[in-house]
Design a binder for this molecule. Sequence first.
Ligand SMILES: [Zn+2]
Ligand SMILES: [Zn+2]
Length: 121
Amino acid sequence: MLTGSCLCGAVAYRAEGPVRHASHCYCTMCRKQHGAAAGSYANVAAAGFTIERGAERVTEYASSSHGRRGFCSVCGSNLYWRSTEAPDRIAVTLGTLEPEFSGPVEREWHTGQKPNWLPVR
Ligand SMILES: [Zn+2]
Ligand SMILES: [Zn+2]
């Protein structure tokens, strides 16, 4: 079971495992929306995803013909990404999970769009 909430606390959700995979996505849309180097997600079953508090505060932005990005309309926290082409899955944002996500991050998407300002390893 995963639980999470937004920055202001208006929205809380839970998602049942297992996590199919966790990922960092470097596509320009994720980077823009998150204001960060990547969007980071845990892919879980949509059937197990429930907004427990503040559902009326969740706004969805249609970032493409099929992509829907849910965020808190009060504080702007990005909560999930889902695709209308794969309605059985939903990707919840790792940064909103509490407690902190403990699983491995196995996938990276759109690595060709990784920004140059990531830390040098
Ligand atoms: Zn909020
Ligand atoms: Zn992306």
